[in-house]
Design a protein around this ligand. Structure first.
Ligand code: GTP
Length: 598
């Protein structure tokens, strides 16, 4: 197809503003899929995604559209993940486009991730077409939302489309705006190939399939190509586009978007942001912006039943085939036995992986509280990165510790400014800026430790603002902090998996809270269990779980065997999520309790 008839675009929006619903409508309207073929949400096709209503893996679809001028256009919609954990993938998807539809909910207006996404789009020089969605809602106020967009983003909204994806209003206008306002791609068909990888997935027949945007040159079946960052070479066996299922069309020309597959067996060879070029006549330079993904959050995953260790290893390996951002290595814990330390892009990524392991691989897991990566500078002049609190060297060997900070952006109605400030200050945040979006809503930014964000920051914000707060954050830097490790001892034995790293000034309070929380969670057993919190050898808090007085079976005097069996079954069920730590049975919640302390 001639470049002048191609448009490459993304849809950017805050979560729940209707991105997927609009994508569905565009697919339906252009007849790419008939209504019958459409599942409720074609683009969100993973079960988990559907349940949680979030887009995790980006997908792409080519729409054929006959414009007002009677010409045929190829519109490539590149779907972007909508969550802050996947920011880097969003930025690469945007780099594959010339423009973006900015979808804003007509009732809710601009939110934190609307802004984060718009800034990313502007950094990639994209033409932005505003779409005010959900105008069918009684509370819709498109004029206010337009004003908000003009004031906060400085974007002209005179060409904004008013739409309702639900009622099918404005869909044709959106398609026409894409043709009219988004620039056609440019690039030299005959230059050495430069194709940007913006996503990849694993297919058990074809191997790894790369989603690409051809920036320069072209791709044909049989060509020998090379990944510029990883150096991996391969021969093209399949090349085509998504409609939305992959269709092999034999070639991708300059400006087009589609997929390439070849003898690629490992997702790690196919990295988002990398550039594909000719193996023999490579482009002089890769496309800008490549960086390897680095996990921000780590946690330990242990099988409840230690005989499941190999199954867990297998499952993690299989998951990694689909998800290059997941990293793991074996780890042993005195308390939990053999397991894995796993690294994730963020909390959502962690939740999703955990859930999939349990659901798809039928594994029962104990998860330890997530941790960030600390830079520990030792007195002997060396530096170690610590992602597991129990690996923190003894206090005497530590010169100082640095922890990651993020720039957090919170948008709230102005009635809640006080609440946001109180919580953020309590979370060791440093106030940076405050701006009014309009007379009712405020954007506040804080410099705040990532560690505090993963400790229920968003939950607290949400509940203090009746759900109105929206949050976005990005890694800012590492800064020195006075941090110590709080250990937990059960029955006198330290439980390594319950250690946490906290700020020195809060250690005593946190220790007390943790001990009393654990007292609630750990069930009574045949003997008394002392729970202690300690920094080094200094005990800072103590609680006791009293011994259980009665035997559960004592109630069923004598004969009723089936009743007895039922009780025992019930106990066994409860025990499945327990881990014997020394002589103490500890339930799964205990390992997460660290996170849920007010
Ligand atoms: P993420 O995938 O989480 O980023 O969300 P999204 O932006 O893709 O939102 P999605 O399309 O899943 O829509 C969110 C909710 O809004 C769903 O319950 C939709 O049914 C609803 N919705 C979408 N468009 C409209 C609309 O025009 N009007 C109304 N009333 N509801 C809509």
């Amino acid at each position: 197809m001639q470049n002048k008839n191609i448009r490459n675009f993304s849809i950017i929006a805050h979560i729940d503003h209707g991105k997927s619903t609009i994508a569905d409508r565009l697919i339906e309207y252009t007849g790419t899929l008939t209504k019958r073929e459409m599942e409720a949400q074609v683009l969100d096709n993973m079960d988990l995604e559907r349940e949680r209503g979030i887009t995790i893996k980006a997908q792409t679809v080519r729409l054929d559209y006959k414009g007002k001028d009677g010409q045929l256009y190829q519109l490539n919609l590149i779907d972007t993940p909508g969550h802050v954990d996947f920011t880097y993938e969003v930025s690469r998807s945007l780099a594959a486009c010339e423009g973006a539809l900015l979808v804003v909910d007509a009732a809710q207006g601009v939110e934190a991730q609307t802004l984060a996404n718009v800034y990313m789009a502007l950094e990639n020089d994209l033409e932005i077409v505003p779409v005010i969605n959900k105008i069918d809602l009684p509370s819709a106020d498109p004029d206010r939302v337009k004003e908000e967009i003009e004031n906060t983003i400085g974007l002209d909204t005179s060409n904004a489309v008013l739409a309702s994806a639900k009622s099918g209003i404005g869909i044709e206008e959106i398609l026409d705006s894409i043709v009219d306002y988004i620039p056609a791609p440019e690039g030299d068909e005959n230059a050495p190939l430069q194709a940007l990888i913006f996503d990849s997935f694993f297919d058990s027949y074809k191997g790894v399939i790369a989603h690409v945007r051809v920036k320069q040159g072209h791709i044909k079946k049989g060509m020998k190509l090379k990944m510029m960052a990883t150096g991996k070479t391969f021969e093209v066996t399949d090349v085509g586009c998504f409609k939305p299922q992959p269709v092999d069309v034999g070639h991708l020309d300059v400006g087009e978007v589609g997929f390439v597959a070849g003898s690629l067996k490992d997702v790690r060879d196919v990295q988002v942001g990398d550039t594909i070029t000719f193996a023999d006549n490579p482009a002089a330079e890769p496309l800008p912006g490549y960086r390897g993904v680095t996990p921000m959050v780590y946690c330990g995953l242990y099988p409840v039943d230690s005989s499941d260790y190999d199954n867990l290893k297998d499952a993690l390996e299989k998951m990694q085939i689909n998800d290059a951002a997941l990293v793991f290595e074996p780890e042993t814990s005195v308390a939990l036995g053999f397991g894995f330390r796993c690294g994730f892009l963020g909390l959502l990524h962690m939740d999703v992986i955990q859930e999939r392991l349990e659901r798809e691989y039928n594994l029962k897991l104990i998860t330890t509280a997530p941790s960030v990566i600390y830079h520990v500078f030792k007195t002997d002049g060396t530096k170690v990165d610590v992602s597991n609190p129990s690996d923190l060297p003894p206090q005497t060997e530590i010169e100082h510790i640095e922890e990651p900070y993020v720039k957090a952006t919170v948008i709230v109605p102005n009635d809640f400014v006080g609440a946001v400030m109180e919580i953020s200050q309590d979370k060791r945040g440093e106030f940076k800026t405050m701006d009014y979006l309009d007379e009712n809503r405020v954007m506040i930014t804080y410099h705040i430790p990532l560690n505090e964000i993963i400790f229920d920051y968003f939950d607290r914000l949400k509940s203090a603002t009746r759900g109105y707060a929206s949050l976005d954050y990005e890694l800012a830097d590492y800064q020195e902090s006075k941090l110590v490790k709080v250990d937990i001892l059960l029955n006198g034995d330290p439980v390594d998996a319950l250690s946490t790293i906290v700020h020195k000034d809060r250690a005593a309070g946190r220790g007390r809270q943790l001990a009393s929380k654990l007292k609630e969670i750990i069930p009574q057993q045949m003997f008394e269990i002392p729970i202690q919190a300690a920094i080094g050898s200094k005990v800072i808090a103590r609680e006791n779980v009293r011994a259980r007085r009665k035997d559960v079976l004592a109630k069923c005097y004598g004969g009723d065997i089936s009743r007895k069996r039922k009780l025992l079954e019930k106990q066994k069920e409860g025990k499945k999520r327990m881990k014997a730590v020394g002589s103490v049975e500890v339930p799964q919640e205990a390992f997460m309790a660290i996170l849920k302390i007010d």
